[in-house]
Design a protein around this ligand. Structure first.
Ligand SMILES: NC(=O)C1=CN([C@@H]2O[C@H](COP(=O)(O)OP(=O)(O)OC[C@H]3O[C@@H](n4cnc5c(N)ncnc54)[C@H](O)[C@@H]3O)[C@@H](O)[C@H]2O)C=CC1
Ligand SMILES: C[N+](C)(C)CCCC(=O)O
Length: 482
């Protein structure tokens, strides 16, 4: 047993259990979900580690985190291959995900020694100062779309601030978070500082309710996010919620069309469309709609779908059979509601017999969409782009904001004033101008409205993994009313 990873009874091993993880229709591994005892043990061991880790200086924490980042860089291809088996995304994307993960750990290692408070002068030589202190044991609950990256996005700022983390990956993708735990251990964090527990909703609930947990950072769906918030509220625990989206991408007729087309593809087809910030409502100004559609369809049709381990592949398999059926169901319903499928939208069976049971869906572009259609209103989480015409800026802003989500948005235009005006008026946590789905770790990421709150990445995330203590120092005598 690696003390940093799962506890013995919750590690990923070959016991026959209710939770099975499938890859092209085959079992990847079996695991036993952690129960109350294991969760308690994981949290207590994290707490002991926290007591040591939080006493180190920022420089000492940084040195260990930089070593973890270095090991990830060294093992990048091996972790990326494991991520492909875990999730089904293409190896090319998985490699980028692993790079983003070590960059994130490096970035927060750089911030760790800079954590500081403020000095405030008061009358009579008295003064106050603030200290930025860790929260304690934080819980991370991950989704299946970016398994390793999410574990890094949550643990790096947590550890930089002096916290410990107990992380629960999605039961669909249990593999690579354990590799991260092993790497942190090898880099020199105290035993138990980053613990992985395996399991689903029940295990997640145990983590959210545990009295020794100070904070829960969650990535996943809106309904589960609400439950997590409710459970955390019972213990007055802090929460960060990274939830879903139905983000608008607005393409004006004065855009650089080639970039807008590339942007629309990047906004919809990364990780088989299973990306929370995807720009799935593509609003195109009416005058350029024919050229836009012609090019987007031409390029969507040639996206190579298939063996995710193959360097040439650009789109792998969806996460599971039920999810694939859900995505195909959305496309069927879109057709019934009047949308026109311009390409894709079908189960794809590769010629390679070993992939025949994989959950591949050909990337789909939907035309004739209206704002009231289900495919335009709900998060599909699959490779489905809905295209909608618009005429004016005011009209498109109103339509773009007419959603309960608010994770991301994008605008393509050459008019600099318009670009910033649109960015100001879009109700979303991120607005991309003349690009989409780039995610440098220096940049905060998170939602407005029902897409959640709190931020990941960037300097601001330090505030979500630390608390401020004020120390007031009297230099004179106490003035008492009594
Ligand atoms: N915002 C995002 O990045 C993501 C959004 N989704 C959306 O959610 C849909 C469903 O996917 P799921 O994996 O079922 O998402 P989910 O939101 O149910 O699960 C996310 C994580 O929460 C855990 N969890 C589930 N129920 C819980 C509970 N009651 N208490 C504590 N933790 C709990 C899961 O085990 C997993 O680790 C997708 O089809 C997609 O539309 C899914 C994954 C990521
Ligand atoms: C696409 N990217 C990497 C910019 C963000 C992914 C966020 C997520 O879906 O968890």
């Amino acid at each position: 047993m690696c003390s940093q990873t799962a506890l013995p009874s919750c590690n990923v091993f070959n016991a026959c259990t209710p939770l099975s993880v499938l890859f092209p229709g085959r079992v990847l591994c079996d695991m036993i979900p952690c129960g109350e005892e294991e969760v308690d043990e994981a949290i207590k061991s994290a707490h002991s580690a926290y007591l040591k880790w939080s006493k180190l200086s920022g420089m000492e924490r940084a040195r260990i985190m930089l070593e973890a980042a270095r090991i990830i860089r060294e093992r990048r291809d091996e972790i990326a291959r494991a991520e492909v088996a875990n999730n089904g995304k293409s190896i090319t994307e998985a490699q980028v995900d692993i790079d983003v993960a070590w960059q994130c750990i490096e970035y927060y290692a750089g911030i760790a020694p800079t954590l500081s408070g403020q000095h405030i002068q008061l009358p009579g030589g008295s003064f106050a100062y603030t200290r930025r202190e860790p929260l304690g044991v934080c819980v991370g609950i991950g989704a299946w779309n970016y398994p390793f990256q999410i574990a890094a996005w949550k643990s790096a700022p947590a550890l930089a601030c002096g916290n410990a983390m107990v992380f629960k990956p999605s039961p669909m993708t249990p593999v690579t978070a354990v590799m991260l735990a092993e790497i942190y251990k090898e880099a020199g964090v105290p035993d138990g500082l980053f613990n992985v527990v395996q399991g689903g909703a029940e295990t997640g609930g145990l983590l959210c309710h545990h009295p020794m947990v100070a904070k829960v950072s969650f990535t996943g769906s809106v309904p589960t996010g609400k439950k997590v918030m409710e459970m955390a509220a019972k213990g007055v625990k802090q929460v960060t919620l990274e939830l879903g989206g139905k983000s608008p991408l607005i393409i004006f007729k004065d855009c650089e069309l080639e970039n807008a087309i590339k942007g629309a593809l990047m906004a919809n087809f990364l990780t088989q469309g299973e990306v929370c910030c995807n720009g799935t409502r593509v609003f195109v100004q009416r005058e350029i709609m024919p050229q836009f559609l012609e090019e987007v369809v031409k390029r969507t049709k040639v996206i190579s779908v298939g063996d995710p381990m193959c360097e040439e592949t650009r789109m792998g398999a969806l996460i599971s059979k039920p999810h694939m059926e859900k995505v195909l169901g959305f496309i069927k319903q879109a057709k019934e509601q009047g949308a026109k499928v311009l390409c894709g939208g079908e189960r794809f069976v590769p010629s390679d017999p070993k992939l025949k049971d994989g959950y591949f869906v050909s990337p789909c572009v939907l035309d004739n969409c209206r704002d009231d259609m289900t495919c335009v209103k709900e998060e599909i989480f699959g490779p489905v782009m809905s295209v909608l015409p618009f005429d004016t800026e005011d009209e498109v802003l109103q339509r773009a904001n007419n959603t309960t989500f608010g994770l991301a948005s994008g605008v393509f235009t050459r008019d600099i004033a318009r670009a910033h005006r649109v960015a100001e008026n879009l109700q979303a946590g991120t607005c991309y101008i003349n690009n989409y789905n780039v995610g440098p770790v220096e940049v905060p990421f998170g939602g407005y409205k029902m897409s959640g709150f709190g931020r990941e990445n960037g300097q601001v995330t330090i505030e979500y993994y630390s608390q401020l203590k004020t120390v007031v120092v009297e230099m004179g005598d106490v003035e008492s009313f009594f």
